[in-house]
Design a protein around this ligand. Structure first.
Ligand code: NAD
Length: 477
């Protein structure tokens, strides 16, 4: 694939860096230009010029552009899903599924353009009414990570555009291919010049320039990067939305349906190679069911088929990049040093190609105060923590430096409801994996896993708009 930047309706060529498939390090996937500060500023200027026109753009026409983009994503789901699988390492099924999700998101926001409300109040002043309207926040910088290279750019871009903002998207340099195809799709769907711009570049240079020059920045990535984004944004008073890391707990109680609990833990911890911010990294199990649950979980993990992302029977693709792969192995070594017992995996896996394959890894006898249970691994690695009862399980689940997703397996409505109320996370999953979300409802974590308002669904309007309160003296009492 030949990647290009897209600024002010123009494609900008240049091949500076190359991506390789994590399934086969000898396979080149794409060549991309690396933009610098000047290109970022050019894109911001184009987005600012285009803003007044897009704000008053005909509602139906704006909705139609988003719908056409969704249609094109659906029509090209196999092609985009394949590129995603080759460049990021997700299985082909996961890559196509993510692209279909991106299409649905565009369709949802195509409807939101028409549904977006204002509020009309009676006033305490006779002869007056008050209109509360929601106006676009302005030029939005969208900065995205490598692990959902089409879904996250889609849900940030579609929402920002729907509410009348113009956009500069900076995807992760690790997996930029899908963002280039998204730009192509938006251009073909009729997006006016400058309304959507794509700049591929480094976080330090392009990211900083975008945060400083935009009116709002919607960022998804690691928690430490998020802190830097917040600091940069503070100086320019740029509005900030952050979706960050997780160390998500999944609780299994004595009364759980064990088949369901094992499957939910397995899917939550290891699908998509564990590279999901909502993945289950801490499995908290009450002591009476611990041994039976663990025996079944080990048997389930052993059945996962690790392999090339494009092989039809692969269930877990490779780790996305060398740095992540090395960190995962270091994480396992640290776990052993801390006294955890390796029940499965923890080693590279041989496959038909030279890729970054790691066995799904299960650690037993871990404690919540071990470093491996405090830091996000962002890999196919989960640790089991044994606890006495529900009270201790909730305390352990909440004793964490992240607050994104949390889950429980139980057949007791009372226990489920107690957990739902007492969990400190932004997402609570009952008898279902901690990962996996619907696009029509709010998504996100609480600090330090999230900051500045929720994404997806109509809730995203809160971030992508500014309130205007207008008092109108019409004189009629
Ligand atoms: P990252 O923080 O390294 O990078 C994310 C983006 O930020 C990239 O585009 C990068 O170029 C850019 N960036 C880096 N430094 C920057 C700076 N100083 N200023 C501005 N931008 C900068 O994250 P990653 O490794 O790409 O993604 C993995 C992380 O993302 C994990 O921690 C994961 O939990 C998190 N994540 C969170 C969610 C969520 O919704 N909560 C979803 C997916 C991933």
């Amino acid at each position: 694939m030949k990647g290009r930047n897209y600024i002010d309706g123009r494609w900008i060529e240049g091949a500076v860096f190359t991506t390789y498939s994590p399934s086969d390090l000898d396979e080149k996937v794409g060549e991309y230009p690396l933009a610098g500060q000047a290109a970022a500023e050019e894109a911001l200027a184009a987005a600012r010029r285009a803003l007044p026109g897009w704000k008053r753009f005909n509602m139906q026409a704006r909705s139609d552009i988003l719908r056409r983009a969704g249609d094109a994503l659906l029509a090209r789901a196999d092609e985009i899903g394949r590129l995603l699988a080759r460049e990021e390492g997700k299985t082909l099924k996961e890559g196509i599924g993510e692209t279909v999700r991106a299409a649905h998101v565009f369709h949802f926001y195509s409807g939101e353009v028409l549904r977006h409300p204002g509020q009309w109040f009676n006033s305490m002043r006779d002869g007056h009414n008050i209109l509360v309207s929601y106006e676009p926040v302005g030029v939005v910088a969208a900065i995205t990570p490598w692990n959902f290279p089409i879904a996250i750019p889609a849900w940030k871009t579609a929402a920002a555009l729907a509410y009348g903002n113009t956009v500069v998207l900076k995807p992760s340099n690790n997996v930029p291919g899908c963002a280039v195809l998204l730009a192509e799709i938006l251009a073909q769907a009729g997006i006016p010049e400058g309304v959507f711009n794509l700049v591929i570049g480094s976080g330090g240079t392009v990211g900083t320039a975008l945060i400083t020059g935009a009116d709002a920045v919607t960022f998804t990535g690691g928690t430490e990067t998020g802190r830097k984004v917040l600091q940069t944004a503070a100086l320019s008073m740029t509005k900030v939305q952050l979706e960050l890391g997780g160390k998500n707990p999944f609780i299994v109680l004595d009364d759980a349906d064990l088949d369901l609990a094992v499957e939910a833990a397995a899917q939550g911890s290891w699908l998509q190679t564990g590279q999901r911010c909502t993945g289950s990294e801490r499995i908290i199990v009450t002591e009476r069911v611990h041994d039976a649950f663990v025996d079944r979980l080990v048997a389930r993990v052993a059945r996962f088929k690790v392999g090339h992302a494009l092989d039809p029977d692969t269930e877990i693709g490779p780790v996305a990049n060398q740095m992540q792969f090395d960190q995962n192995l270091e994480f396992v070594a640290l776990a052993k040093l801390e006294g955890a017992e390796l029940a499965f995996g923890g080693t590279p896996v041989e496959a038909r190609t030279r890729g970054l394959y790691l066995a799904p890894t299960l650690l037993l006898n871990t404690r919540n105060d071990m470093a491996i249970n405090r830091h996000e691994s962002f890999g196919p690695i989960a640790g089991v923590i044994k606890v006495a009862d529900l009270e201790e399980a909730i305390a352990v689940a909440n004793d964490c430096d992240y607050a994104l997703s949390s889950g429980i397996a139980t057949t007791s409505l009372r226990s489920a409801e107690k957990f739902r109320r007492e969990s400190g996370a932004g997402l609570v999953m009952i008898n279902t994996p901690t990962a996996g979300l619907d696009y029509h409802v709010p998504f996100g974590g609480r600090p330090p896993s999230g900051y500045g308002g929720r994404e997806t669904g109509a809730a995203s309007a809160e971030f992508f708009t500014e309130i205007k309160t207008s008092y109108i003296n019409h004189g009629v009492v």
